[in-house]
Design a protein around this ligand. Structure first.
Ligand code: PMP
Length: 420
């Protein structure tokens, strides 16, 4: 079976032939059927070293037998849906211990749900309406945050979407990540109405952009000054750089945190949590409504538990040193015409002449060139996240040998293929 045939079939079913826009690229996406370790296999049997890793989900590696065995063990007796279980408590306790700011939490089925509930809760708790997010910060696809959003929304040139009522969009203020002045200005104008600032502490959806020194601390201080909450969206960064959250690396404690991806080990997941006095406002303890038939469902919980148990004594430095090596090697060729942004074990190769450190500089990147690079890399058996404004990930299953070979191919592609 060929990808173009599958795409024709898929296009009769799904808009654009896909079930999420970031999966589409011209002329049609490659369809996949299997994954193992650090590798994915397309429907024609071609093998790729994967740096997309399910957009950062599969940090522990695909078809990990230790995790699979533990999932089977945990699921040995079919556990019913929609009832409280001991496993969900265990998973919650692991997360609570690893991320001290999460005193209480709720599991959801996606990062989108998590940020939606965190924002509703922040509004209820503060009695204020406005949310401040970052230009091209991405927090999922619900109405509260799909305003000047990043990731696919940016790649497709539709920073905000039709269908979102103007009244809702008006409750969202947009500042610039790494630009204190832009945030201070918004607080000066609207400070007493701002319920919360929500941001990824490391941007992943404008490509990887780390916080400039002091920026996150500044967000903490200004939110405290004006009585607004600070929400860190750690859907990507949670359990990625260390066994816990990024907030404890940088030493800035948010009021609420959202997580997803790694904590579900490949099953649909999300989580929002934080200060107990705020979380206690959630129903039935409080009056802020949140629910979900599949919240903390047995498969997600088993997979999350197995994954976090597997990662517990793993050496995160291993993944960080591999990614550092990718960065250093690419940077050692000064004339490749790219900027390599890396934060711990995630990176983006920007087709850009300048250092990329904020919205403005990121947007100067050449998206067409990136897609050319993506396609050549794919031809050479390397699969990146398909978009200039996405992150690439090194996980526990990548080996030094395959990463070394991949970097060799990247350099070849940048030096020769791209200039054909
Ligand atoms: N927040 C961030 C930072 C994300 O990167 C994403 C998705 N990539 C989301 C929220 C939404 O998560 P989900 O796709 O699970 O709804």
């Amino acid at each position: 079976m060929l990808s173009d045939d599958l795409f024709k079939r898929a296009s009769r079913l799904f808009p654009g032939g896909v079930n999420s826009p970031v999966r589409f690229y011209e002329p049609y996406p490659t369809y996949f059927s299997r994954a193992s370790g650090s590798r994915i296999f397309d429907v024609e049997g071609k093998e790729y070293l994967d740096f997309c890793m399910g957009f950062g989900v599969n940090f522990a590696g695909y078809s990990n037998t230790t995790i699979a065995e533990e999932i089977m063990y945990l699921l040995d007796n079919t556990i019913p849906e929609g009832v409280p279980t001991e496993n969900e408590i265990e998973l919650g306790e692991i997360i609570q211990k690893a991320v001290p700011s999460i005193e209480k939490m709720r599991f959801t089925n996606s990062g989108t749900e998590a940020t939606m509930h965190a924002i509703r809760l922040a509004r209820a708790f503060t009695g204020r309406k406005l949310i401040l997010k970052m230009n091209a910060g991405f927090h999922g696809a619900h109405d509260y945050v799909l305003v000047s959003a990043g990731s696919g929304a940016l790649n497709f040139g539709t920073p905000s979407s039709p269908g979102i009522p103007e009244e809702v969009a008006k409750t969202v203020l947009v500042g610039d990540f790494n630009n204190e002045e832009s945030i201070r200005e918004l607080f000066k104008l609207h400070g007493k109405d701002i319920a919360a600032v929500i941001t990824e502490p490391v941007l992943g959806n404008l490509g990887v952009i780390g916080p400039e020194k002091g920026f996150l601390k500044f967000l903490r201080e200004i939110t405290e000054e004006y009585g607004a909450l600070l929400i860190f969206d750690e859907v990507i960064t949670g359990f990625r750089f260390r066994y816990g959250a990024y907030q404890d690396i940088i030493g800035v404690k948010p009021d609420l945190t959202t997580m997803g991806k790694i904590i579900g080990g490949g099953m649909p997941v999300g989580l929002f949590g934080g200060r107990a006095d705020i979380m206690n406002r959630i129903s039935p303890e409080g009056n802020v409504y949140q629910s979900g038939t599949f919240s903390a469902n047995p498969f997600t919980v088993a997979s999350g538990l197995a994954t976090l148990n597997f990662l517990k004594d793993k050496d995160y430095e291993y993944t960080i040193s591999l990614a550092t090596w990718v960065e250093e090697k690419l940077k050692s060729f000064s004339d490749l015409g790219v900027q390599v942004n890396r934060v711990y074990n995630m990176f983006t190769i920007f087709f850009n002449e300048e250092r990329v450190w904020n919205y403005e500089t990121a947007l100067k990147s050449d998206r067409k060139k990136f897609m050319k690079f993506f396609n050549f890399s794919k031809k050479h058996g390397i699969y990146f996240s398909p978009g200039q404004f996405e992150a690439s990930f090194v996980g526990m299953a990548h080996t030094p040998e395959e990463v070394e070979m991949a970097v060799f191919k990247m350099v070849y592609t940048l030096e020769f293929d791209m200039n054909e």
